[in-house]
Design a protein around this ligand. Structure first.
Ligand SMILES: [Zn+2]
Length: 121
């Protein structure tokens, strides 16, 4: 079976509200914005292939990341960049997860990341 190649055509930055709690910092995307995004995707004939966000320090998929992911299609990728993305773009420092059929985000081993993602300048 040939591998499916998908190209990122657009980047979408949702309207979001920042918050700070005892657990740390985060952003919230409200229901109206999620509705707007879904309508835009439908009207554009596009779908979310991947999502990306940063953390203040370590890159990992938190429980909140698991629960409130915007990408919901099986096979979607979720990238978490460390240190508020202040360093150079480097996939070896980025935590990459993929949504499986059971709806669970699974860490993609670094050796497999470069087979899944190609950054083209
Ligand atoms: Zn996160």
């Amino acid at each position: 079976m040939a591998a499916e190649i998908a190209t990122v055509e657009r980047a979408l930055i949702p309207q979001q509200r920042c918050f700070r709690s005892a657990a740390g910092v985060g952003v919230h995307v409200d229901g109206a914005e999620l509705h707007r995004i879904n309508k835009w995707l439908f009207d554009s004939g596009l779908r979310i292939l991947a999502q990306i966000h940063s953390h203040p320090t370590d890159a990992y998929h938190s429980d909140t990341d698991d629960e409130y992911a915007l990408a919901t299609a099986v096979g979607s990728l979720s990238l978490v960049v460390p240190d508020f993305a202040t360093g150079p773009a480097d996939l070896s420092q980025t935590a990459v997860y993929r949504l499986n059929k059971a709806g669970k985000w699974m860490a993609v081993p670094h050796a497999a990341v470069n087979r899944l993602i190609e950054i083209v300048d």
